[in-house]
Ligand binder design. Structure first.
Ligand code: AMP
Length: 173
């Protein structure tokens, strides 16, 4: 799960909480960046509150800044950001991206492009009930007409507007 680590509007925290609750009640394990702030923290807390297991993977240098999630069932501290991403990617069975900033986008595009290129076959899901990503998706869609982006690449990402759909698609494999 990838999402914002910054101070965001309460509606986004509610979405994060709703997702965490669904992960927990569904008996799934959350793999996250291991921070306990913002949406990241809300998903992790809600997952545990609903009886789910949480695995947090955080670079040592970010433990203070992103408030390491010491309540995680498993907290993995890495020496680098690359190692964090590698472990998150390896341990996840599917990827869900919520609204976020450049860190979230970086992770979304990495898992999305790797999926498109056939480097993994895990579901790549964008949970976006409010159209947060609509301008970006519209722009990417417009690039297909210019030959920069293939429709097949866009199709590798599943965009959903409900938590239930996000869980269903992300755990389908
Ligand atoms: P943001 O969307 O910018 O709030 O960041 C969300 C999460 O992405 C935070 O936990 C950041 O540490 C993480 N992040 C930032 N940059 C990167 C990167 N290059 N690779 C992977 N994760 C990152």
């Amino acid at each position: 799960m990838y999402c914002a680590s910054g101070p965001v509007d309460g509606a986004y925290l509610d979405l994060a909480t709703e997702l965490g609750t669904a992960i927990g009640t569904g008996g799934h394990t959350l793999v996250s960046g291991g921070g306990n702030i913002s949406m990241m923290g809300a998903v992790a807390e809600a997952t545990r509150a609903a009886g789910g297991r949480t695995v947090g993977i955080i670079p040592r240098a970010l433990m203070e800044r992103e408030v390491a999630d010491l309540g995680a069932d498993e907290l993995v501290v890495t020496e680098t950001m690359r190692e964090r991403k590698r472990q998150m990617d390896d341990r996840a069975d599917g990827f869900i991206t919520l609204p976020g900033g450049i860190g979230t986008l970086e992770e979304l595009f990495e898992t999305w492009t790797a999926g498109y290129l056939g480097m993994h076959d895990k579901p790549v899901v964008m949970l976006d009930p409010g159209g947060f990503y609509a301008p970006m998706l519209d722009w990417l869609q417009s690039l297909t007409g210019q030959g920069f982006v293939r429709q097949a690449a866009l199709d590798r990402l599943t965009v959903v507007d409900s938590v239930g759909m996000a869980i269903e698609v992300a755990t389908a494999r």
